[in-house]
Design a protein around this ligand. Structure first.
Ligand code: Z5A
Length: 230
């Protein structure tokens, strides 16, 4: 895709993706960049409806292929209505999760055939690929503890409760309820993608203060923009 900038953030639960998307947006805006913050699954009314279905702990049993098709149905709407128009208008799109999450959750950890993933990716995403992907790497036990702390805050009324629509009575969505081994597999999956695509992906240690992580994110984005300009 030409024109704008498309950056995705990936990583396990509680790695700090939403936090870093917000901090990077603030920094880019301070430099005069027109930024769109979005997320997956989600980003459009239809995709948010799909999100509510997929993340619901009460969703009926279904196959890995059915799940992947739902993610790509949401993604097709998101790309068509938000990402492509924003890019065409020269805006910077910061997306909290994208296709790498499908590859890791549904394919590497979920068993979806890699060829099916590649075919869906080609059909739906085509050239709407991120030019830079920041993978926030964190020991899953730390990430899950952060997510748990946020749930306790939300339950006590200190959080914004934004994620409750996706979650069960305990506040955990379907993926957060999986065993630690599943989350270890996700971490390894993201690192494998980074090793396979070093030109697009940068791994950042997320086990630090959010401001330190944000400084490194900015440095990576700044270098990327300079390379792109020159
Ligand atoms: N999924 C999939 O299976 N296939 C797909 O194709 C896609 C998604 C696109 C989306 O849920 C779920 O969908 C996801 C994968 C699956 N699995 N789950 N669950 P989501 O987007 O709602 O959940 P998430 O991506 O895991 O987000 P998260 O739990 O909100 O984590 P985060 O965005 O990485 O972290 P955060 O919200 O910025 O921070 C979490 C808490 O930690 C919060 O209280 C922060 O204040 C705190 N925090 C943030 N940074 C720090 C640092 N550096 N130190 C200490 N504390 C911090």
């Amino acid at each position: 895709m030409a024109a704008g900038l498309f950056i995705t953030f990936e990583g396990g639960e509680g790695a700090g993706k939403s936090t870093q998307v917000r901090l990077l947006a603030e920094r880019l805006r301070a430099h005069g960049t027109d930024v769109v913050i979005t997320r997956e699954p989600g980003g459009t009314p239809f995709a948010e409806q799909v999100r509510a279905l997929i993340l619901s702990p009460s969703v009926a049993e279904h196959t890995a292929l059915s799940e992947a098709l739902l993610f790509y149905a949401a993604r097709a709407d998101h790309i068509g209505k938000i990402i492509r128009p924003a890019m065409a208008a020269g805006r910077a799109v910061l997306c909290d999760r994208f296709s790498d999450s499908t590859r890791v959750y549904q394919s590497i950890a979920g068993g979806l055939d890699r060829k099916v993933f590649d075919a869906l990716e080609q059909l739906v995403v085509a050239d709407a690929k991120p030019e830079l992907t920041i993978i926030l790497d964190l020991d899953p036990s730390v990430g899950l503890a952060r997510a748990e702390a946020r749930r306790i805050d939300a339950a006590s009324g200190e959080g914004n409760g934004e994620r409750n629509v996706d979650s069960d009575g305990a506040g955990r969505d379907r993926y957060e309820r999986q065993a630690l081994a599943f989350h270890e597999k996700l971490r390894a999956g993201f690192l494998a993608i980074a090793a396979e695509e070093p030109d697009r992906c940068v791994v950042i240690n997320a086990n630090r203060d959010a401001s330190q992580v944000a400084a490194e994110v900015w440095s990576v984005v700044d270098q990327h923009l300079q390379r792109r300009a020159g």
